[in-house]
Design a protein around this ligand. Sequence first.
Ligand code: UDX
Length: 449
Amino acid sequence: MKQICVIGVGYVGLVTAACFSDLGNKVIALDIDEEKIKDLENGIMPIYEPGLKELVDRNVQAGRLIFTTSSDEGLEGTEFVFIAVGTPSGVDGEADLRHVAAVARTLAMGMSAPLIIVNKSTVPVGTGDWVADIITENQSNPVAFSVVSCPEFLREGSAIGDFMHPHRTVLGSLDREAAEKVAQLHLPLRAPIVITDLRTAEMIKYASNAFLATKISFINEIANICEELGADVKEVAIGMGYDKRIGHMFLDAGLGYGGSCFPKDVQALAYMAAEKGRHPQLLRAVMEINDDRRRFAVNRLEEMLGDLKGKQIGLLGLSFKPNTDDMRDAPSIDIASGFFNKGATVKAYDPVAMQAASTILPDIEMKPDPYALAEGCDALVIVTEWNEFLQLDLDQIRKLMRQPIILDGRNIYNPDKMKSRGFVYRGFGRGYNGTITEEEGKAAATTAA
Ligand code: UDX
């Protein structure tokens, strides 16, 4: 049994701690936030993630997972320390490394035996070396240590599956022996392990996320062109994806990416490039296309409804993607603000994110289910593609609405079927998408009657 200390019980840290303990290691999860630690000791999770509570409970009961705020307890007898603290964006898009620096100082002062320090947080290229320097400068008694970069590739909503079945494990260090020891911890996951130097490992993380974000902005650009030329982007993506060099994943057009990683990582990579005098033109285009999606949604509904002043708009979904309550950089925030600014009333329903959203969007009226939301609405906007929205009784929804208008920001419905059910329906990139035609308006009115 190996002993691991995970510092930071945010999203990445908590999943990492729970999964490593489930693999049979003893894990001490350390955080300075006393309330969070107390909650975790009482089985209350700080985030919604499918399967996480069961995993945490099981391993706490087995005595393999311990929560603490004491760094002495965290470091006592530990061979590996995983740093998993937040690296938010600074004012210019650079990563803010305050928390990483604080952890490095704590380690320098607290370590009394050799340590392998593994960084999981997404940090600018070169941070591993910087952490090593901080530790060396702050050590009161010199104790040997090595720094290894092991970037996380966990998607919210499927983080446990992603941890247990990774596509690959990336490890970077100047100390090969330390990297190999960290590789041993990952052997039960049976995935390819790439061992490289520190800076390359840090770069692999940024390049991977930037590539996926580029795929999304690429398909969104294609969606725009599809609209002008009368093609359906959803079928274009299916046709493209069978080419193994392209693949089907991350080709869903719509409202674009949000969340805690893609926006921040693309921005940070562009910042690193610009700081060194490079012009990251592709990354800038990726960000610009993504920002436009949110404005686009507001303009499109205005095109469909006319003046939005006094209109009632219902948002189906608030979180940045399904199976999470995470509202960080969620498209719903900008879209709701856009509607508010145009004088509309905005209501919403989300299966799990309403509580998290209510502090960020205090003017939105939250509804208990999609039917209560639809009542009296002039339009519904699909913002997050929760599975339950595929099972809605759409006839009932249509009858409850003041006008049967749906703007589908995630292209989850079939345009022809929606039309035959009496909706005026628009997706993104699905053939013609202009103002409502007279014929469409009449057809919807006839079906509704
Ligand atoms: C991402 C990475 O996938 C993960 O490897 C990394 O370590 C953390 O960042 P996450 O942010 O949880 O994970 O979500 P992901 O499922 O990757 O989706 C990101 C965003 O892209 C979401 O807003 C999603 O709605 C959007 N998206 C995704 C699209 O708009 N189209 C797609 O085809 C796929």
